[in-house]
Structure formats: C-alpha cells, structure tokens
Design a protein around this ligand. Structure first.
Ligand SMILES: [Fe+2]
Length: 235
C-alpha cells in the first residue's frame, strides 16, 4: 500500500490517451455507493440482506475482472518494454486477498444467527471500507505513476490498441453491465467521446443495443437528452 499519496503532483493528460480514467471513475462510483449500502443495510431483513450481498458479489466480480485485464494487458506490456510494475503488482495481490476475505465475511453474514447478524454485518462493512480505501490509493498510484510510464513507453495508437484488446476480451453481456456502471460515472463530454467513438467504430445494431440497454436506463432524461444532442442521435 502507498505510504503517502502525493496530492499536488498529479500529472496533466496533455492530450494523451487516458487508459484508466473512465473505468476508474466507474469503479470509484460503484464502490462508494456500495459502501453506503453496506452501512445502511438491515441485515436482519432477509430480502435486503440477499440484495446487498448480491450487489457486493457483483462488484467483486467486476473488480476481479478489472485486475485481470490490467495484469494481462497493461502490466505485461510495460514489463515487455523494461518498465517496473512491482508496486501495482503487489497492490493487485493485496486486492486478490481482499476479495477472498470479503467473500468469507459475506458468507459469515449469511450463516450468522439472529443474535450475531448485525455484528457480522458491521465486520463486513468495516472490511469493505478498508478495501475501498486501499483501492482508492491504488487507483491514484495508477493514474499518477503508472499512466506517465505508459505515456513514456507507448504511443497513443499503441495505448488505444491495448484498450481495444481489453474491450474485445469482455463478453457482450458483461460489456453492457460495465457500460451501465461507467456511463453515469462520466461527465457529459467524456460520455460523448466514449459513445461517439463507439458510434463511428461499432456496427449500428451493437451501438443501438448499448444506447437502449445500457445508456438510456442509466441516465436521467435531461442527461440522456444532452448526450443525444452531442451525438446527433435521431429522437
Ligand atoms: Fe489496478
């Protein structure tokens, strides 16, 4: 874990391709919302307990998939050009341990009797809060230290190639779930840039499915209209 985060030496993008920005905004938003849900849940209510634990497991599956994508497509590429990924590799190992610990704590909530259930819920909430704290610090490391290493070692075309390999490794149904999480986490210009690139590059039926099943349901009417204007979508 990073000992001290540098809060004042955050590098500018300077027009370079940002491999981490969108997905990390999605992970931060989903993680912070889930932390609040875990804190507010009534663990004695069976339906609520099942729903919040399902939300936790869905989040952990996305987080575990994200770690694999970075290991396979980002860290290996950096290592092949002689750059060290030791710090972020260690942090990913810590994450894998955290995923196992959090699953064990979720099972403890499910198996607890009425007398121990709220104590088990409190342990899960505190453990998830500590995990989120580590993940926030880890993503800061990636966006302030690893990203400049990527810009130094790769052209933007090569970084876009890495992103395309990650995206094409995700099955379509998981991709829709990613987009549902990501789109509301982005600002309006970022949404338009991401979906504009998809509109230009993807078959129309795929683009339309993303709009109808991932984008429209995840935005307010005002935010969707703003995006539709930016993308020149037919009403
Ligand atoms: Fe990471």
């Amino acid at each position: 874990m990073t000992e001290h985060l540098s809060l004042t030496t955050i590098p500018d993008l300077n027009g370079r391709f940002d491999l981490y920005g969108n997905i990390h905004k999605a992970i931060r938003k989903a993680g912070c919302e889930l932390l609040c849900r875990l804190g507010a849940a009534d663990y004695d209510n069976a339906d609520e307990r099942a729903a919040v634990l399902a939300g936790l497991r869905g989040y952990l599956a996305i987080a575990a998939g994200h770690v694999v994508h970075e290991d396979e497509h980002v860290h290996k590429a950096l290592q092949a050009r002689g750059a060290s990924t030791a710090t972020v590799d260690d942090q990913h190992d810590d994450h894998r341990q955290a995923f196992r610990d959090l699953e064990a704590l979720a099972q403890a909530v499910e198996q607890a009797g009425a007398l121990d259930r709220s104590a088990a819920g409190r342990k899960l909430y505190l453990a998830f809060a500590a995990y989120i704290a580590e993940d926030l610090a880890h993503m800061h490391e990636e966006e302030t230290v690893t990203a400049p290493a990527l810009w130094k070692n790769f052209t933007d075309q090569e970084l876009i190639g890495i992103e395309m390999r990650i995206v094409s490794s995700i099955p379509p149904e998981k991709h829709l779930a990613f987009m549902r999480t990501m789109i509301p986490a982005l600002n309006p210009a970022e949404r338009a840039a991401l979906l504009g690139a998809m509109k230009r590059g993807a078959p129309p039926e795929i683009f339309n499915a993303v709009i109808e099943f991932a984008v429209r349901p995840s935005l307010s009417e005002i935010a969707f209209d703003d995006l539709a204007n930016r993308l020149c979508l037919a009403a």
